[in-house]
Design a protein around this ligand. Structure first.
Ligand code: ADP
Ligand code: MG
Length: 625
């Protein structure tokens, strides 16, 4: 018998495919099961349209058999099978998919809607050569008397010859490679491996996948002893939870599914189950966990949703489906629109995938918006766990995502508890021009800031920014509903009346000499020393002048490689109405220098900044005492 050559640039292609298209060798099983499922689907479809063809329950099954001795793994189905010609054309031509043709030919038939043929690339079958050095396909086609055997040892071609086979359908037998130091192939002959691979990739194939399972069960006659039992077992659960109708699924089912699949001990906070049709058709089942996953803050954490195509897993963590600010979301997407089987690189450029990702982003935002509206307590708990993520979302990508996210943000405020920007805006007095905020390590510390106190005394609300990202996020937002965000710790910030401003200005002009002197004692530390009326009953405070606020400078200075140009321009502000003002004016130069340095250190402490020389600070105070 003459060996036939693969068609197309087959040799090269086969080699390339075997070695590079698939990231994991183990997916060969998924491919062969998908093909068996397709063949069974086709038979089922034909039985619906042609009464001469029957498809009994027993025929609508896929079998897996392991023969350890001969090192073979066989996947068989009782589907449509392949004729001699089909064996040649389907398995002899790489990248030819008869399954795709089948779908196209039957387009418009009402029954085809219920058929979920998976194949469309014509490469899946060849993945068997990743684990086998010889592959044998024995097939008897629907309506044919004889059967044929296709045999190949990979790149050097294949043979087709007649053979015996009783039942209609196809049996694909892989002669599993010998293990070597780099690769363990023996595991594909273990029932446990096969069982878990079926669970992992093919759990939702709609036909039962059956395998003979050997298990140890307690001996009914002798207590404490075990006997070996061999039974056919169905390995897959067949119906994907997400394909069921929402109203058929209990909360418990959702919760168990989540906990099992995503390794969590606690029920999810929110379940989002949606069917989308339109530009892209897909089912999504997503969960927002109650707590951050264990490794969430580690470098190893990978965001992403599982990606299925017609119930077959294609990728475990498809990161392109989730924006970074939703990286805590767990779940999966199942779409028939996706071109299967191809490597991650290709998938990344898939237009369909981008459409799905966009729809998911929208869905998550609208679900969170709903939650915020309907269950404030739950939302606040969610926000305290994952809110920082959303704020980073506003900040990153140059604020590209700000519009969808800004109304999901919560901030602590001087009114107590969390507020949304909208709530703040709605409460603003007509005369209030800006949205006020102050930064610090904790709400308590911010509340005690001198500048904060005066704003509150005027009956105005102040947002308390305690996360590093807060101020950066609002800088990106620039404004909310026409109102700008204003840091009360900025030098420019001033709520006083024109008359008060005039008086302060005069005071500063009159004290020019004094202030210049004080400034000279703080060279390199502050850009200015000023009298102010913003401090209520407090003596001193620091304010930042120009673009960088103190908080932003603090964040920047913690970044690796931060230079000196990331320093805030500090202004030492002194309360003109405080007795200390008099004291300064009447001090001699030696005293003035000491007082100035003490005031500056105090102001730094109030602002939550470190002081360079705490010992000197303490010594000077003691000396004066
Ligand atoms: P695809 O599944 O993407 O079409 P494959 O390389 O997996 O590509 O398979 C190529 C073709 O071989 C299929 O389209 C199908 O026509 C045929 N085929 C493969 N396995 C079987 C099977 N078990 N029964 C019948 N036909 C099969
Ligand atoms: Mg296939």
């Amino acid at each position: 018998m003459r060996k036939k050559q693969f068609k197309a640039e087959s040799k090269k292609l086969l080699d390339m495919m075997i070695n590079s298209i698939y990231t994991h060798k183990e997916i060969f099983l998924r491919e062969l099961i998908s093909n068996a499922s397709d063949a069974t689907d086709k038979l089922y479809f034909k039985s619906l349209t042609n009464t001469d063809i029957s498809a009994s329950r027993d025929e609508l099954k896929i079998r897996i058999d392991i023969d350890k001795e001969n090192r073979t793994l066989t996947i068989s189905d009782r589907g449509v099978g392949m004729t001699e010609k089909e064996l040649e054309s389907n398995l002899g031509t790489i990248a030819k998919s008869d399954s795709l043709n089948f779908k196209k030919e039957n387009e418009g038939d009402e029954n085809i809607e219920n058929i979920e043929v998976i194949g469309q690339f014509g490469v899946g079958f060849y993945s068997s050569f990743m684990v086998a050095d010889k592959v044998e396909v024995v097939s008897k086609a629907l309506g044919e008397e004889g059967a044929f055997k296709w045999l190949s040892e990979g790149v050097d071609g294949y043979t087709v010859e007649p053979c015996e086979k009783e039942e209609r359908g196809t049996a694909v037998t892989l002669y599993i490679k010998e293990s070597n130091e780099n690769e363990d192939y023996d595991k594909y002959l273990e029932q446990g491996t096969i069982q878990s691979l079926v669970k992992k990739y093919s759990d939702y194939i709609r036909y039962p996948i059956v395998m003979e399972m050997t298990s140890q069960v307690p001996d009914p006659e002798k207590e404490g002893e075990y006997i070996t039992e061999i039974n056919d077992e169905i390995l897959n659960s067949q119906v994907p939870l997400w394909r069921k109708n929402k109203n058929e699924i209990t909360e418990e089912e959702y919760n168990n599914f989540y906990k099992q699949k995503f390794y969590d001990y606690t029920d999810p906070m929110t379940v989002i189950h949606s069917k989308t049709e339109g530009q892209a058709t897909f089912d999504a089942l997503m969960f927002i966990p109650q707590n951050a996953p264990m490794d969430f803050y580690s470098k190893d954490y990978e965001k992403g949703l599982q990606l299925y195509s017609n119930g077959v897993l294609i990728m475990d963590k498809c990161s392109d489906l989730l924006p970074d600010y939703f990286s805590f979301v767990k779940g999966l997407v199942d779409s028939a629109d996706l071109t299967l089987n191809i490597s991650r690189e290709v998938l990344q450029h898939d237009r369909q995938l981008k459409i799905i990702a966009k729809a998911i982003d929208k869905k998550l935002k609208s679900e969170l918006t709903k939650l915020l509206k309907n269950d404030r307590e739950k939302y606040e708990k969610f926000f305290s766990t994952f809110g920082v993520q959303l704020k980073w979302g506003v900040y990153s990508d140059y604020g590209m995502n700000k519009d969808g996210l800004k109304d999901l943000l919560l901030f602590k405020s001087s009114n107590g508890g969390y507020v949304t920007l909208k709530e703040y805006r709605d409460r603003m007095a007509d005369s209030q021009n800006d949205i006020y905020y102050a930064c610090g390590d904790s709400e308590e510390k911010i509340a005690l800031l001198p500048q904060c106190e005066t704003v509150k005394e005027k009956g105005l609300e102040v947002l308390y920014f305690t996360d590093d990202v807060d101020e950066f996020a609002v800088q990106m937002l620039m404004e909310y509903d026409g109102k700008h965000f204003v840091n009360v710790q900025k030098e420019e910030f001033d709520l006083s009346t024109d008359a008060e401003k005039e008086a302060t200005k005069k005071k500063n002009e009159d004290s020019k000499e004094l202030l210049e002197k004080m400034k000279s004692f703080l060279t390199g530390e502050v850009t200015d020393v000023k009298f102010t009326n913003k401090l209520g009953s407090h003596a001193v405070s620091l304010a930042a002048e120009g673009y960088l606020s103190m908080e932003m400078a603090k964040v920047f200075s913690q970044m690796p490689g931060a230079g000196d140009n990331m320093k805030a321009n500090l202004v030492l502000e002194i309360n003109s109405a405080h007795p200390i003002a008099e004291k300064l004016a009447s001090s001699d130069d030696e005293k003035l220098e000491k007082y100035t340095k003490i005031l500056y250190s105090q102001a730094r402490l109030i602002a939550g900044l470190p002081i360079d020389n705490p010992t000197e600070f303490s010594d000077t105070i003691c000396e004066l005492m």
